[in-house]
Design a protein around this ligand. Structure first.
Ligand code: ADP
Ligand code: MG
Length: 700
């Protein structure tokens, strides 16, 4: 009499030791077993003749058992070949076993006993041809006495489950079977709420579960998975909507009017016009800010799409109206860079801006001055890192919080809940564009604006994996044309002295060898912000041809003639970082180049480099990044506590996510508290999955 929350430990054949192993897979109850879905399937529906078996790398064969041959390969490894005959040919079914050389145990005893001469064997495994013979490395087998006996594990699709130490497939399959057979509760189901969609079969959740474990065809399995995913996403999207509604209920205190005192001067200060996308973003943001509810908006845009000036517009609207604003960046470097860029843009506007990081807050008298400025309201704009949030810093009337590179904060900080401001407007920005459907889910609580088009005049950058000499030779050609180059060394850790040293030495070496005819500048992480600014300015003014940098040069100074970037140890950078770095070149109509120098044989690193070389599209790169790391990890970093999906796949199920989002909106509009009878199960599921798991969704 199993129920959803029956503890698995008491199930027949489990016991406390295996229960512990199961717990590692996240299985504690019978309900967890039901939704412990296969990671893949083995198609054992087709039995292939031995003669043709080599044509599929993984095959099932069937035949009469012949002689067995045993060999010792090395001290600890033994091999067993068993002849299997069908009407077309003969194959050796091959087993490997480890053997402890100090014990005289026959490691193949059970197999030899099972593979009785003259009986029949079904075998699934990897097929190879070796010196004209067919070999099948056995993955699974079943022996039957007579040719016509029905096998249990063959002629069907077999589920393969995620396994862990101490639990084999057989045990997991049996556990799943026991639970499915003795389960006597109705699995919560909301299929009746959801209309037909995209030829996903109408399956209630119990049936879908059944078919995911025991499909008749691979297509069946995928259909059942999608049917279950439909319900999962429907619950998620409903939860997000409910939470959104609850956030919107509290009106804010601050009011803004567009005065244009600062905004006009700021616009006149810029050397460019806003793009259409930027104008739309500013419009969205201003209308949020002027509404009676606090803004909660995500601004997405690829590297270099110009988010900073959009955010600055919001900041200046706040300051024009006598309030204070804060820009929070995930690292000191980024905070510094913002401080430099923004100080440059706001020069002459008479707005007091302060950089507040653990470094600038370290010295007592400086800290006191800064804190006093925040509290009195004299400092209008604070730019900094977490220390702005975490320290006990008080503001006179903080009303806007801008969070840059939101994804890099890891755990989603609850910026709105800070005690620094009562009902702050919040603008999140991210340059790691993630696939749209995923964004809608991860940032589901927020309104979204995307900057799709980069400012005009950018050219696509050509990116190559390269050797050092080749990269330097090509760079020199560019330098001779009057162009400039960056050479970047990775900074693994902000306090990594070794890297710093080697980059400094390298730069000396390079300036005396390859680049001795050119002027080489050096920028490193230990310099003060103003010093960095000075060097960047000099580079911009062409006092240097080459800039060697140990830090991620993101200082927001445009150097249009920089047409080359060499990235050293490119294998150490992640995809988003490489893409971000590349954004520093290609800033004029001239063709620009990136040379990736890597000496890594890691498959992962090679793949990253080939992806970055193949496309300039930030969305594509983000998607590939997501595929490589797996959504689990992305979820982990983007949004701690984000629910796991049992069947849902954030990459494959984009259509389902979009559909459930719009349909959930309809249901919640009709029944905002989900109190109607037909919505009771939905409400229960939302509570079950979201009420304590995540702050993302706070369901009343
Ligand atoms: P990101 O979105 O990556 O934060 P930034 O805000 O740093 O991008 O902008 C990248 C660069 O583009 C900056 O040097 C900025 O001055 C420049 N820029 C921004 N908007 C425009 C525009 N409308 N026209 C030309 N250049 C622009
Ligand atoms: Mg930026």
């Amino acid at each position: 009499m199993l129920k959803l929350d029956s503890e698995i430990q008491f199930l027949k054949g489990v016991g406390s030791k295996r229960a512990q192993a199961l717990a590692k897979l996240g299985i504690k109850t019978a309900g967890d077993v039901l939704t412990f879905f296969p990671v893949q399937y083995q198609d054992r529906t087709k039995i292939i003749s031995i003669r043709d078996a080599y044509k599929c790398p993984q095959s099932c064969i069937f035949g009469k058992i012949g002689k067995t041959y045993e060999r010792r390969l090395s001290k600890g490894l033994c091999l067993l070949d068993i002849e299997v005959f069908d009407d077309t040919s003969m194959a050796y079914a091959r087993f490997f076993r480890k053997k402890n050389p100090y014990f005289n145990i026959d490691v193949f005893a059970i197999i030899k006993k099972t593979f009785e001469l003259g009986a029949f064997a079904y075998i699934y495994g990897d097929v190879k041809m070796e010196t004209g013979e067919t070999l099948i490395i056995v993955n699974d087998y079943e022996v039957v006495k007579n040719r016509n006996d029905k096998p249990l594990l063959f002629n069907k699709i077999i589920s393969v489950y995620p396994a862990t130490k101490g639990l084999n497939q057989k045990f997991i399959r049996e556990t799943v079977k026991t639970v499915l057979e003795s389960f006597c509760e109705v699995y919560p189901d909301i299929s009746s709420l959801i209309p037909n969609f995209n030829s996903i079969p109408k399956l209630n959740s119990s049936l879908a579960i059944q078919k995911i474990h025991y499909p008749n065809t691979l297509e069946d399995a995928e259909n059942a998975r999608r049917a279950f995913a439909l319900q999962e996403f429907f619950v998620l999207e409903s939860a997000i909507l409910l939470s959104r509604n609850s956030v919107k209920k509290n009106p804010k205190i601050q009011k803004y009017e567009i005065q244009k005192t600062l905004l006009t001067a700021f616009k006149n200060n810029l050397e460019f016009e806003f793009t259409k996308d930027q104008k739309k973003a500013i419009n969205d943001i201003f209308s949020d800010m002027q509404s009676i509810y606090p803004m909660n908006r995500m601004l997405m845009g690829d590297v270099g799409s110009g988010k900073t000036v959009v955010a600055l517009s919001a900041v200046l609207l706040v300051i024009e109206n006598g309030y204070q604003a804060m820009i929070v960046a995930p690292t000191e470097i980024l905070a510094e860079q913002h401080y430099l860029t923004i100080s440059n843009i706001l020069a002459g506007l008479n707005v007091e801006v302060v950089l507040a990081t653990s470094t600038t807050l370290k010295k007592k008298n400086e800290r006191e001055k800064i804190l006093a400025g925040f509290e009195s309201g004299d400092i209008k704009l604070a730019i900094g890192t977490h220390s702005l949030i975490e320290n006990r810093i008080k503001f006179k009337n903080l009303s806007l919080i801008v969070v840059d590179e939101q994804h890099r904060f890891g755990v989603m900080q609850k910026f709105a809940a800070l005690d620094k401001a009562q009902s702050p407007d919040i603008l999140m920005m991210t340059a790691t564009p993630i696939p749209r459907a995923l964004a809608m889910t991860v940032y589901g609580e927020m309104d979204m604006t995307t900057i799709t088009h980069l400012p005009p005049g950018r050219t696509s950058v050509k990116t190559y994996s390269s050797s050092e000499p080749l990269a330097y030779t090509s760079t020199i050609e560019e330098l001779k044309k009057g162009n400039q180059a960056y050479i970047v060394y990775p900074l693994i850790d902000e306090s990594d002295k070794l890297t710093l040293k080697s980059a400094v030495q390298e730069s000396e070496k390079l300036s005396q060898t390859w680049f001795k005819e050119f002027k080489v500048g050096l920028l490193h992480g230990k310099m003060k912000p103003l010093e960095k600014n000075e060097i960047m300015q000099k580079f911009k003014n062409k006092e240097f041809n080459v800039l060697i940098s140990t830090t991620v040069i993101e200082v927001g100074i445009d150097v249009p003639d920089a047409t080359v970037m060499i990235i050293q140890h490119a294998e150490r950078f992640g995809l988003p970082a490489l893409h971000q770095l590349r954004g520093r070149v290609g800033r004029s109509s001239k063709q620009s180049y990136v040379y990736l120098i890597a000496n890594s044989k890691s498959e992962n690193a090679c793949k990253r480099l080939s992806i970055i070389a193949s496309t300039n599209d930030g969305f594509k790169i983000a998607e590939e990044d997501l595929k490589m790391r797996g959504p689990g990890e992305l979820m982990g970093t983007v949004q701690h506590g984000f629910p796991e999906f049992k069947a849902g796949d954030l990459i494959k199920d984009t259509d389902i996510i979009e559909f459930t989002k719009s349909y959930a909106a309809k249901i919640i509009e009709e029944d905002p508290t989900l109190s109607k009878n037909e919505n009771v199960v939905l409400k229960r599921l939302i509570h079950k999955h979201f009420s304590n798991k995540t702050k993302l969704v706070n369901v009343g």
